[in-house]
Design a protein around this ligand. Structure first.
Ligand SMILES: [Zn+2]
Length: 225
């Protein structure tokens, strides 16, 4: 009996051997299946997991999301996990700077988003590069370089040549969370996979990593403008 789905889903067939379900950040259901599994079997599998799908979607709806910014006084912008209010001032000396609160020159308001992204990127480069250096030295790991990206939910990555990439959005998160992502990518230098040995390494370097993972899962929607 084919299970008739209430919601459309995205089916990705590949050489994998089992069926797996995932809820993407935009609340779409993604089904990964082997190349030749009949559609009936896939839909039955989805049907059997309807409870899990419902619970996961409900959790996703509860997650906080950043309001689309309008760059007006009183709006709050996250920096290192702290919300900082914005003040739009006329005749500010620089287009955007942080002095307790963010100060944005009124004439630059139309460029608000670009100015904030440039500001976050610059801070990300300094703060994350310093954290990488500190953790790498502490555990004797040699990396190639630190690069800042615009990735939306890929907080960090480690290329085969040990070049490390981090999203600028990460500087919106608390330092403890930044540190977890840094440690995660550094642990990929000896282990280019997510094997048991990789996670043992992460745990040895950063025992509290699970709390940081939970924070990221629950607050990822906030790390945005
Ligand atoms: Zn990884």
């Amino acid at each position: 009996m084919a299970f008739i789905l209430m919601k459309p889903y995205k089916l990705i067939r590949s050489r994998r051997r089992t069926i797996a379900l995932m809820i993407a950040a935009d609340a779409t259901l993604v089904v990964r299946a082997p190349a030749h599994t009949p559609l009936d079997t896939i839909e039955q599998f989805v049907g059997k997991n309807a409870g899990w799908i419902r619970r996961t979607l409900a959790r996703l709806r509860q997650k906080p999301r950043a309001r689309k910014k309008e760059f007006v006084s009183g709006e709050e912008f996250l920096f290192l996990g702290e919300p900082r209010p914005l003040e739009v001032q006329s005749g500010a000396l620089v287009p955007l700077h942080l002095r307790g609160c963010f100060i944005l020159d009124e004439k630059q308001r139309c460029r608000g988003r670009a100015l904030f992204i440039a500001w976050y990127k610059k801070e990300a480069k300094e703060i994350i590069a310093a954290r990488v250096e500190w953790w790498a030295r502490r555990f004797g790991l040699a990396y190639n370089s630190v690069n800042i990206t615009c990735a939306n939910r890929r907080w960090g990555s480690c290329a085969p040549n040990d070049r490390l990439n981090f999203s600028w959005r990460l500087v919106m998160a608390p330092v403890a969370v930044i540190d977890y992502v840094v440690v995660h990518e550094l642990a990929h230098i000896p282990h280019k996979n997510h094997s048991r040995r990789f996670w043992d390494k992460v745990k040895m370097m950063y025992p509290d990593y699970k709390n940081a993972q939970t924070w990221l899962r629950e607050n990822e929607g906030m790390l945005n403008l």
